[in-house]
Design a protein. Structure first.
Length: 367
């Protein structure tokens, strides 16, 4: 905030608390004043300093106080032990506000005040809910609306339609935001936003992900995977696996147990890395030296070389999530498994590119 904006905000908070304080003093006297002012003081910080927060909107402020004060009075009247009554009042107020979607943190103080506010508040009984609690909360909201409309400080309440700017149409495009962009945008905000730049950046990235899913449609791994892929067993020899991979003309094979659950994956790259330090004039010589002992017997097993634990994806994984995995994780092959972790198929980069080409073709030319 700029210094002028801070001064204006503090001035409005001063006026709001002074007004609600006078009202509270008139109804409950000096003894009950601290409990009511504490609740409204916390509410004033939210309403004036953070007017764009969801918990600062008119409905949560007024309804939250009403619900909390009602439950607070009920606990004060039905539970004799003040400690248990206080605990029950705050807990029930929180639950009530959550259920009714009017969560407002200062409401907890309003509920607590109904229990520990002393004889002046107890004498009010159910009137405490309306006067002064609901009245004070309403005054805060009205003052906040007037202040933000006159001073053009912030859009309050959020339901008010924002002014359309020339950059909004551009913002709906596919541009990717950097953290510097987010930081610059936050710096221009007049009000305090209860979210940091990292959280906002992550939220934007998730929103882009959902937008991509909406544009692509519901395409899952189960629809694009290669079914009945070539598989290996952990007890097979590496020589058998090497020959089988070359014969099947595949670059990777999931390794499965007797229940057909994926326990690893063996790729051509695993073999090539294994022989990187083996001497020999040709690939065949080096591979033979690696696969056999000095007596010529193949002793190494698939379990000795396979990668495990293996990264696999559920059959209902969205194609957009697959793209993120292949791009960010550096994967070339991802086994697709059932709910019981049994192998159903395998997705390769080729499968993914083929599916994306079909999706783009089905959506027609882009303008």
């Amino acid at each position: 905030m700029k210094p002028r904006e801070v001064i204006l905000t503090c001035a409005m908070a001063f006026a709001a608390i002074a007004l609600t304080g006078f009202i509270s003093l008139a109804f409950v006297g000096p003894a009950g004043l601290p409990f009511l002012v504490a609740s409204m003081g916390a509410a004033a910080v939210l309403v004036f300093a953070m007017p764009q927060s969801p918990v600062s909107q008119p409905f949560p402020v007024i309804a939250g106080h009403l619900v909390a004060a009602t439950l607070g009075v009920a606990c004060a009247k039905t539970i004799n032990d003040p400690v248990l009554a206080s605990a029950a009042a705050v807990a029930l107020a929180m639950g009530g506000m959550i259920i009714l979607r009017c969560t407002h943190p200062p409401g907890g103080a309003a509920a607590l005040g109904a229990v520990v506010g002393g004889p002046a508040i107890h004498d009010l009984g159910w009137l405490y809910v309306l006067i002064p609690v609901a009245m004070n909360a309403s005054i805060l909201v009205v003052l906040a609306i007037v202040f933000n409309r006159v001073a053009k400080f912030a859009r309050y309440p959020l339901g008010a339609p924002p002014q359309k700017t020339a950059t909004q149409d551009w913002a709906l495009g596919p541009a990717q935001l950097s953290r510097d962009d987010v930081r610059a945008a936050l710096a221009e905000e007049k009000t305090v936003i209860d979210i940091d730049e990292e959280e906002l950046h992550q939220l934007y990235q998730r929103a882009l992900l959902y937008a991509s899913k909406r544009r692509v449609g519901h395409v899952t791994a189960n629809e694009i995977m290669t079914r009945n892929p070539f598989v290996l067993r952990p007890e097979e020899t590496l020589e058998t696996a090497w020959i089988a991979l070359r014969k099947a003309k595949v670059k990777a094979a999931p390794v499965v147990d007797p229940a057909h659950r994926v326990i690893g994956i063996l790729t051509m790259s695993d073999f090539l890395r294994a022989i990187s330090d083996v001497t020999g004039e040709s690939l065949e010589e080096r591979m033979a030296a690696f696969l056999h002992t000095e007596s010529g017997e193949p002793t190494r097993k698939v379990a000795d070389l396979m990668s495990h634990p293996v990264n696999s994806v559920p059959f209902d994984t969205h194609i957009v999530d697959l793209i993120a995995l292949f791009a960010g994780g550096g994967f070339h092959h991802l086994p697709v498994v059932s709910e019981r972790s049994q192998l159903l198929g395998i997705v390769t980069r080729t499968d993914l590119m083929r599916a994306l080409a079909l999706v783009r073709g089905a959506s027609g030319p882009r303008t």
